[in-house]
Design a protein around this ligand. Structure first.
Ligand SMILES: [Fe+2]
Length: 356
């Protein structure tokens, strides 16, 4: 069903640039798989060295081979699919080094048709986050964290998720996330991604000037969720029982591992710009959201069983259209790197923005 766009005040908004403010159903955009390589990627190719079978589109390759793996860019600016990985412990040093380099360059990796357990999923995420795993068998694993509309006690069991980075409201940063398609029936609702690194790199000069030295407060609260839902009754609202639910960061945040600059604001979790009135803050944040979530900036991953998607949670934001409890099974096994503090788990209550 097609529904009108509304802004945060419930007003009918125009199409196009304000699409992020109202999105209730999956929208397939034109394929961008004829991806182009950036200059940085060319440097990466040279650094990796062992490259053959490079397919050239114009002057630039869209896929190549390295250390026995086939790499295919999913978009010109971020994301890559890796083919040919054999999920065995331990991965050899060259493979680890190459995967880390591609991950830091592309921020999101997709592997398809994998049959893996939670230990390999955790291990690969640890490797990509830059950690040395001396003994994979000793790696702590948590096999009870799922995003699912059918599995009891799972996260985000229904509803639409607005763009965010996990735990953006926490001082303890969540660096790498992964989801594995354990049970996926079709048609499966996709996960959507945008890059906050690309968001910064392409930020117009006037906006860059306006955010210079500015800080924002990220907050995990139902009020911010409902405000940003803009009248979309399907938006999932999380209420977490925690005393500490906000965190202040620069808008231009330095990535701790890569040193790149992140445009670190999100639709779901960034409450306000410090030192501004609410109207001034909303005006600036909405201008940044219009830039970040501009149509054409998204990567839509349509799930199949056996898919593994691993992404840099600081460099990327994720979202999804509405998931229905009675819809096709969508059970995604999740890992978080580093693992969250599980001594005092917060109790999360889920509701929809349309429920009072
Ligand atoms: Fe999330």
């Amino acid at each position: 069903m097609k529904t009108a766009l509304r802004n945060s005040r419930g007003e009918i908004a125009g199409p196009g640039r304000q699409r992020w403010r109202w999105r209730s159903s999956p929208v397939r955009s034109a394929s961008r798989e004829e991806c182009l390589f950036s200059i940085a990627s060319w440097k990466l190719l040279l650094k990796i060295g062992d490259v053959s079978g490079v397919h050239v589109n114009g002057n630039e390759p869209q896929e190549f081979w390295t250390v026995g793996l086939k790499v295919r860019n999913l978009r010109a600016d971020f994301g890559a699919e890796i083919m040919g990985l054999v999920p065995a412990f331990p991965l050899d040093e060259d493979t680890c080094k190459t995967l880390r380099t591609i991950f830091d360059e592309r921020s999101l990796l997709v592997f398809r048709d994998l049959d893996i357990d939670i230990r390999f999923q955790t291990y690969l995420a640890e490797i990509l986050s830059g950690n040395s795993v001396l003994d994979p068998e000793q790696l702590p694993v948590f096999d009870d964290f799922y995003v699912s509309n059918e599995r009891p006690s799972s996260a985000a069991p229904f509803g639409r998720l607005m763009y965010h980075s996990d735990s953006q409201w926490c001082e303890r940063q969540c660096e790498v996330l992964s989801l594995y398609g354990e049970r996926v029936e079709q048609p499966a609702v996709p996960t959507l991604f945008v890059s906050s690194i690309v968001g910064w790199d392409t930020l117009p000069v006037d906006l860059r000037t306006r955010v210079e030295g500015r800080h924002v407060v990220h907050q995990h609260d139902a009020e911010t969720y409902r405000k940003r839902a803009g009248g979309d009754a399907d938006v999932l609202v999380n209420a977490i029982n925690s005393m500490k639910n906000s965190h202040c960061t620069p808008i231009a945040l330095r990535h701790p591992r890569t040193g790149r600059t992140i445009l670190y604001v999100s639709q779901q979790m960034t409450r306000n710009v410090e030192g501004m009135t609410e109207d001034e803050s909303d005006e600036l944040l909405f201008a940044l959201f219009d830039h970040l979530y501009e149509p054409g900036n998204e990567l839509e991953h349509y799930w199949r069983q056996g898919d593994l998607v691993i992404w840099d949670n600081l460099a990327m934001q994720h979202a999804r259209p509405n998931v229905q409890t009675e819809g096709p099974a969508r059970t995604l096994r999740k890992t978080i790197t580093p693992p969250p503090n599980r001594e005092k788990p917060g109790i999360i209550e889920y509701s929809k923005a349309g429920e009072s």
